[in-house]
Structures are given as C-alpha cells and as structure tokens.
Write a protein that binds this ligand. Structure first.
Ligand code: HEM
Length: 216
C-alpha cells in the first residue's frame, strides 16, 4: 500500500496509455512523415527564399513557434528520467518512453527548421553569414544543436548496439545542451526561460536524490 501511494499516477492515465500502445505503429508513421516534412521544409527553404519569398515569409513567421515546439519536445524527452528518479507517475513516464526516441529526432529537425528559417537561410542567401552576423543568442542556439548532433545521429537501434555503454554517455551529453538552450530561450522569452529553468532544477535535483538519498 505504501509502495503504491509512493508511486502516484495521473487519474485514468491507464486509458490514455492503452490508446497510445494500441496506435503506436500509426503514431510512429506520423513521426516518420513529420521527419520528411521537416527535412523538405529545410531543403526547399533556399529555393523558396529566391523564388517564392511570400511562402518563405509565411514559414519564417512560424519559425519562432517551431523553436517553442522544439523546446517542448526537448523538455518532454527529459521528463521520464526525472519522474523515474523521483519514482512518481510511472505509467505517464512509460507513455512518453514509447515515443521518446521519435520525439528527440523530431525535436532536432524542428529546431533546424527554426534556426534555418530565422538565421541560416537569410544569412547564406544574402551572403552575410559569418561570425559578426550571429548574436550570442544565435551562437548559443547553434552550440546546443551541435552538442545534440551526436545524440541525434545515434538515436537508432544500430548505434545503440554498436556503441554499447558509450551510447548512454552520448545521449546524456544532452544535459549540457539544456543549459545552453535555457540561456538561448531566456534571451527572448521570460516565460519559456522560467519553464526551462524549472525543468533544469528538477533534472538536477532528481540526480541529487539518486546520488545522495537513494539506497544503493
Ligand atoms: C536546440 C535548439 C533550439 C531551441 C530548442 C530553440 C528554441 C527557441 C525558443 C523557444 C525561442 C523563443 C521563441 C519565443 O519567444 O516565442 C527561440 C528564439 C530564437 N531562436 Fe532558437 N532555438 C534553438 C536553436 C536556435 C538556433 C541554432 C538559432 C540560430 C542560429 C536560433 C535562433 C533563434 C532566434 C533568432 C530567436 C528569436 C526569434 C525572435 O525573437 O523573433 N535558435 N529559440
């Protein structure tokens, strides 16, 4: 009884979880479709910039929201780890784990669309791209993408098997990018900055709990 109350769970989440498990394959396909869509939006950006500036501007006006979407997906990928270290909401955590890898991959692509439309494509197409063109905010955003790149490239079963124990370390490097993303986001949005900092504190305190309070 004590163990059960310690675990906590969102009321009726079991029903949501069952639906997610039932439609897992379809949801996976939707993710795959989104990867291609995101990739095409990036690739066509250069063409649109020159030939269809209006379409480019429409997508660019959404690019800020793409950043917010990428941020939410990134924070969602961290949630199961935090919840399992605090030993709460296990079913909710396992619902996210079902799609964590897909979320991580889509997060990276979404962040690329965000950065390419806001900065990279206009920079390259107007030949202004260079160190002076980027602000500290942009540099931190770029650095977080660079740090996330190895985790993104190795988010598949083949790499997981091939890299063995190192694979977990590669994935955990993501924590460093959390700090960069926090500063990057805080430059533009107080609310999102506070949210990111809150998740950072939860992440940090969940590890403190494991290191100092959990019995070995
Ligand atoms: C992991 C990667 C990234 C994430 C999660 C992210 C997320 C965000 C978020 C949430 C915002 C605030 C949006 C708002 O105020 O509504 C933002 C703003 C911005 N980001 Fe990123 N970003 C990332 C990478 C980048 C990169 C690589 C660049 C460009 C080099 C970039 C350029 C910008 C710019 C220019 C803004 C300000 C937009 C404006 O105020 O109009 N971001 N980003």
């Amino acid at each position: 009884m004590l163990a059960y109350s310690y675990m906590l769970e969102i009321p009726y989440w079991i029903n949501v979880h069952k639906v997610l498990v039932k439609y897992k394959k379809i949801i996976f396909k939707l993710f795959t479709f989104s990867y291609f869509l995101g990739g095409s939006i990036i690739a066509f950006g250069f063409y649109l910039f020159n030939n269809y500036p209006l379409i480019y501007l429409i997508i660019q006006s959404l690019a800020k929201s793409f950043g917010t979407l990428a941020l939410f997906m990134f924070l969602a990928t961290l949630t199961p780890g935090i919840l399992s270290r605090f030993k709460i909401f296990p079913l909710f955590a396992s619902s996210i784990v079902l799609f964590r890898r897909q979320l991580g991959i889509l997060m990276f692509i979404t962040a690329m669309v965000h950065s390419f439309y806001l900065i990279t494509i206009p920079g390259i197409m107007t030949s202004q791209f260079g160190p002076d063109f980027l602000t500290i905010r942009d540099l931190l955003g770029s650095l977080s993408l660079i740090i996330l790149l190895p985790a993104w490239l190795t988010s598949n079963n083949y790499s997981q098997k091939k890299f063995g124990k190192i694979w977990k370390i590669i994935q955990r490097v993501t924590y460093i990018s959390l700090v960069m993303i926090f500063i990057h986001v805080a430059f533009t949005s107080l609310k999102l900055g506070v949210l990111t900092f809150g998740v950072f504190l939860l992440e940090f305190s969940s590890w403190l709990k494991v290191w100092f309070f959990d019995k070995k």
